[in-house]
Design a protein around this ligand. Structure first.
Ligand SMILES: [Zn+2]
Ligand SMILES: [Zn+2]
Length: 368
């Protein structure tokens, strides 16, 4: 986009020769050599707009023209230095939707021009004990898009084809982007909260009503569950949003729901919500923490954990989660609420997310 903008500027300087401009735009789109990316050089600093060489796909990788990339709360944790040892410098972003424009010699699962999604899980070794027991989300050697591998805050990206998903044509790129993490990891959290043997979940609490919650809420309502939405105290916008999406009740996170919950999912990165959710949850209930980072959990009396309540965290995703979720999402159909930003305004988008100014999900739209 910015390459084109550069040429547009050039064309404006030579308006008497518009054919030059048209030819150069065409050449850029077919075979660009550089791209614009928003780059993290050091945690704690804003992203820097940089012009970088186009990445070259490895044997099993795809080169993708990025159309949209969602902004996830995990990106904030990476930018703020709350997650250890990111690749540096790093192109963040792990909710990528784009089209395949080139392939490594062993990457033949997708065709040129296929539209695909790239999630957080970007690589596993396939050989460790976790991979071999269906738990590749816990792989010892896992690589993560936009954290230990470069991601999608850029015009182009490469990804290992084994971890890419085809994307239903019923979604635009911008609407599909939040499905790739808010959707996938939200779905894994939902599955862990609702598929506990012996636990029939009718009343589901959701703490923190952002991108993941607004997707999970739609699936839960579709599956005839009562959703109780808990937000930052006083955040009536988020509470109204939850009610519009079918939640039966919405209120401040420091309140008790009118009835005890069978299970709860915590998406907000706030450790004190664990005891709050335990207090709201009935006997044998489960509290699932869906985030990668949380503030410290305050001590709490054993009595609120007793009676076989469980606390569980969710780490990453498996490809099975992705395939299941992407099959369910168009059937519900899950609709995503997005606020879009041009790539070069990634820093503004991140600050809007940080300060709770996003309803639904923030997405970088490379066509803006
Ligand atoms: Zn994420
Ligand atoms: Zn492994």
């Amino acid at each position: 986009m910015s390459l084109q903008n550069g040429w547009i500027k050039m064309a404006r300087k030579i308006p008497e020769r518009p054919q030059v401009y048209q030819l150069k735009v065409a050449m850029n789109e077919c075979n660009p050599e550089t791209m614009i990316a928003m780059v993290l050089e050091r945690p704690g600093e804003p992203l820097r707009r940089m012009r970088l060489p186009l990445p070259v796909p490895g044997p099993k990788e795809l080169l993708i023209k990025v159309h949209a990339c969602g902004i996830c709360r995990t990106d904030l944790h990476i930018l703020d230095g709350e997650l250890a040892s990111p690749k540096l410098p790093l192109i963040p972003g792990h909710e990528i939707i784009g089209t395949v424009i080139d392939r490594g010699e062993q990457a033949r699962d997708f065709e040129i021009n296929d539209r695909i999604g790239v999630p957080w899980l970007g690589y596993t070794d396939g050989s460790c004990s976790f991979c071999k027991s269906g738990r590749e989300n816990l792989c010892d050697e896992a690589g993560f898009t936009g954290y230990t591998l470069d991601g999608g805050y850029a015009e182009y990206a490469v990804a290992d084809q084994r971890f890419c998903f085809p994307i239903s044509s019923s979604y635009s790129a911008v609407q599909a982007a939040p499905l790739m993490c808010a959707g996938l990891i939200g779905y894994r959290s939902y599955r862990l909260a609702t598929h506990e043997p012996g636990l029939e979940v009718k009343r589901l609490g959701i703490y923190g009503f952002g991108a993941a919650a607004h997707i999970v809420c739609q699936i839960a309502v579709h599956q005839n569950k009562e959703v109780y939405a808990f937000t930052r105290p006083g955040d009536e916008t988020a509470q109204q949003f939850a009610l519009r999406l079918g939640a039966i009740w919405a209120g401040d996170s420091n309140r008790q729901p009118p009835q005890s919950l069978d299970a709860a999912i915590i998406f907000a990165p706030v450790g004190s919500l664990i005891p709050a959710a335990l207090r709201a949850t009935g006997k044998g209930g489960i509290v699932v923490c869906g985030g990668i980072h949380m503030s410290d959990v305050p001590s709490f009396p054993y009595s609120i954990l007793w009676e076989e309540r469980t606390i569980k965290s969710v780490a990453n995703l498996t490809r099975r989660d992705g395939l299941e979720f992407l099959e369910i999402a168009p059937k519900v159909p899950v609709k995503t609420d997005v606020q879009t930003y041009p790539l070069e305004q990634a820093n503004r988008a991140i600050e809007d997310l940080r300060h709770g100014r996003i309803t639904g999900a923030a997405v970088l739209d490379m066509n803006l």
